[in-house]
Design a protein around this ligand. Structure first.
Ligand SMILES: [Zn+2]
Length: 501
């Protein structure tokens, strides 16, 4: 087949689109499958490969390397991030671009032909964009918090360093005392992630609780905890270790891709959840995976080799119990919110539970009622409130408490989308989530079991602030070049471009 990718990439990286298109990435059409990926920007192109030992190689093909800075600790200390809320390509950083992109492009049916990455400043409300956005390969949108605390964790406070979202599963398993030979997918292959053996004694806690704050901004979370604004996060840090560089999300830094990566220990090319929405060439259909009507069906999108953390736990210890609260990736959990939604049946999934959700106005954790004018913030507040109740029910007593509990919170995603990092609504969402965490601590303290718990707190991605002056899109350019080449395309996301389908 003629090379149809190169002219599309050239059209998308035209200088007049550089305000909205940061990067275009695609597999090297001249290399073997999985060998190399090419990343292009208006000012240059680079070919990325990965040595067997994980070393990333950059071969500049033209102009300048658009992902030259790969420092996972870029924009630290936090003051540096706040100078420019939406950095341009030349001053931005992109951690592990070869590993993450080669992984992303390794699904034969679901990986797109090319991925278009928005600039951090791009504001695109006409395509569902918000003041705060994520999804990019860049460091800030890819930086989730990573805090270990409690039983078996050294009390080092906030330290330099970083982990990966794919490290969450093996680290939870280590905390639960699961032998490393069970840290493997359903085919027995090793995970992409690694347990943080340096931060955790194996099997030190009787109980393990993983907490995810969706889109919880790593550096602002640590900043507010240090200030005393998030006292319960501060309590976690005081009794453990937080990594200043957080956990590097998989690409794209979108929700369902990274929830799946966190809870399976492998990247999107292996678990098959390429984004919140993607296309499957073999099934000839678009999969809308992260939606109120589909989020309880995550197991349907998994590739056959996927194993969840809950399945790995019971593979190692069939008697171990687990609970999974307000989280899509629940397969294998002894009890879960999504099981209740599936059992309720109906075609609207989570919508069926609407009547069961408490009114947002009555929330004891809501700091500012004005935010309920935002319908997403309102919905998330209701879901998170019932999340607290579920946690208290799963932990009715120490005797019935699960060995492994996973608890997702989503209001932090709503707050950061609405205003971007550091906005009043984003910070209020972190404070609401912190009060819910405090309710869990109160409950565990009353049971007298807090000292027996190992906690891991993380997120699925970070956030950056868009600039309302940076408008425009690439749709017209894609339409033009596809008409010129006589090639059809689908643009899912948008940004995942499938050619000739
Ligand atoms: Zn998210």
């Amino acid at each position: 087949m003629a090379d149809i990718v190169t002219p599309v990439v050239e059209a998308l990286t035209a200088p007049d689109l550089a305000g909205v298109v940061d990067l275009v990435a695609h597999p090297d059409p001249h290399g073997a499958p999985g060998e190399a990926v090419i990343v292009a920007h208006a000012t240059g192109r680079v070919r990325l490969t990965l040595d067997a030992d994980g070393t990333e190689r950059h071969e500049v093909l033209a102009g300048r390397d658009p992902v030259a800075d790969t420092d996972p600790l870029a924009f630290l200390p936090y003051d540096l991030e706040q100078i420019d809320p939406s950095p341009a390509n030349a001053t931005n950083a992109y951690p592990e671009p070869a590993r993450r992109l080669l992984g992303f492009f390794s699904d034969p049916d679901r990986s797109p032909d090319l991925a278009i990455v928005h600039t951090p400043g791009h504001y695109f409300p006409e395509y569902g964009g918000h003041r705060g956005e994520h999804g990019s390969l860049d460091v800030i949108q890819s930086r989730a918090p990573f805090i270990l605390s409690g039983a078996g964790v050294p009390r080092r406070g906030v330290v330099d360093g970083y982990a990966h979202v794919v490290d969450v599963t093996p680290t939870l398993l280590r905390a639960a005392g699961v032998d490393e030979r069970f840290h493997a997918d359903a085919a027995g292959e090793p995970l992409d992630g690694r347990a943080r053996t340096d931060l955790l004694e194996a099997g030190a806690g009787r109980y393990v609780i993983g907490i995810l704050w969706d889109g919880g901004h790593c550096s602002d979370l640590l900043h507010l905890a240090a200030q005393g604004t998030l006292p319960n996060v501060a309590r976690l840090i005081e009794h453990g270790t937080a990594l200043r560089g957080g956990a590097v999300a998989e690409f794209p830094s979108v929700t369902l891709c990274n929830h799946t990566s966190a809870l399976t220990g492998v990247g999107p090319g292996r678990h098959g959840v390429l984004g919140n929405v993607f296309y499957d060439r073999a099934q000839r259909r678009r999969i809308l995976a992260n939606d109120e009507t589909t989020w309880h069906r995550s197991a349907e999108w998994f590739r056959p080799s996927v194993a969840t953390v809950f399945e790995m736990l019971t593979r190692a210890d069939p008697d171990a119990t687990s609970a999974c609260v307000d989280e899509a990736i629940d397969r294998g959990a002894t009890a879960s919110t999504m099981q209740l939604i599936r059992a309720a049946g109906g075609n609207d999934g989570g919508g069926a539970l609407d009547a069961a959700l408490p009114p947002a106005e009555d929330s004891p954790y809501l700091g500012n009622r004005a935010h309920l004018a935002d319908s997403y913030y309102r919905f998330c507040s209701r879901v998170d409130d019932i999340g607290v109740l579920q946690m208290q029910q799963h932990w009715a007593s120490a005797a019935v408490a699960p060995r492994l509990t996973w608890w997702s919170n989503i209001v932090t995603d709503a707050g950061h989308h609405a205003g971007g990092p550091r906005s009043a609504i984003a910070r209020d969402s972190l404070m609401d989530a912190d009060r819910r965490l405090g309710a869990l601590f109160d409950h565990l303290d009353a049971l007298g079991v807090t000292e027996d718990v190992t906690f891991l707190m993380t997120a699925d991605h970070g956030f950056e602030t868009a600039d309302p002056r940076v408008r425009g899109d690439w749709k017209g350019r894609l339409d033009d070049v596809s008409a010129r080449l006589g090639v059809g395309f689908r643009d899912e996301g948008p940004g995942l471009v499938y050619l000739d389908v």
